[in-house]
Design a protein around this ligand. Structure first.
Ligand SMILES: [Zn+2]
Length: 270
């Protein structure tokens, strides 16, 4: 499943081809993904110039000079294919720029989505209005976390996965960031010390930044005919390493928390 770093890498890869380009042709090859494509999508994008691309949490944003923004979510299996050799069965949305670049949104399982929103109204788009600060932005601070966690007895890991507290953090990144910050994943959020929260914020940023850097190779590949954006592997310190040595002499442990696996080290995390 594409996480925030994959979406960031995808947006950067798309920007190389799309930023400043005029969209000459738009093809919608089926009526829906997770929900129907916007009925006015083809009309809104055809002939529009792309004025910039952004990411918010796990959503990619393509802004146009018509004051509207196309928002995509990759769901479980979505990916953009740049300059595909041929259009395939699961290429549900295809854009062609006036320079002849072709971009296909491929989503075999169709848990992804495409929306069209007035650019001026992005902040009040329902999914965005309810979101907490971006983990890589200035809004994520130890102070913000201390306020959000105050008096909360829920485990810190659960609250870090709450999009209203921090936007776009997935299970892997929360496990890794808590390990680096030396915080037990099952610790009551309200009991985590301010110095520990001070370690957690840079730990979150570092884990995400390293993963985005690892995705740089997929950007470099974009110009190849087979170029696909969206997925890459990173070497994790605890995630997926149950029973392996942590490096401190203890083994990495796993338990299920809120239906998801948590990996951690009982010696390094207090
Ligand atoms: Zn350890």
């Amino acid at each position: 499943m594409p996480e925030l770093p994959e979406v960031e890498t995808t947006v950067r890869g798309l920007a190389r081809v799309l930023d400043g380009a005029r969209i000459a042709r738009v093809a919608v090859n089926r009526p829906d993904l997770r929900r129907p494509f916007p009925p006015d999508l083809v009309q809104a994008l055809t002939g529009a110039r792309v004025t910039g691309l952004d990411r918010r949490a796990k959503y990619g944003l393509i802004h146009t000079d018509r004051d509207s923004t196309m928002i995509f979510h990759l769901g479980m299996s979505g990916r953009w294919r740049i300059e595909p050799e041929q259009i395939e069965k699961h290429d549900h949305l295809v854009l062609e720029t006036d320079a002849g670049h072709v971009l296909a949104l491929n989503d075999a399982r169709r848990f992804g989505s495409v929306d069209l929103v007035q650019t001026a109204a992005l902040d009040i788009w329902p999914a965005f209005a309810a979101m907490g600060p971006e983990p890589l932005g200035d809004g994520l601070t130890a102070k913000h976390l201390a306020k959000a966690f105050a008096g909360r007895s829920a485990p810190i890991k659960q609250l870090l996965l709450d999009q209203a507290i921090v936007a776009g953090l997935g299970n892997i990144y929360v496990c890794e960031a808590l390990f680096r910050a030396g915080i037990r994943p099952d610790k009551a959020a309200g009991q985590v010390s301010r110095p520990a929260l001070g370690r957690l914020v840079p730990a979150i940023r570092t884990v995400l930044a390293e993963s985005i850097a690892a995705g740089g190779s997929t950007i470099r590949d974009y110009a190849q005919p087979s170029g696909e954006l969206g997925y890459f592997a990173t070497a994790w310190q605890v995630y997926g390493r149950e029973g392996e040595s942590c490096g401190c002499g203890q083994s990495v442990r796993r338990f299920v928390q809120g239906g998801r696996s948590t990996f951690w080290c009982a010696k390094c995390q207090k």
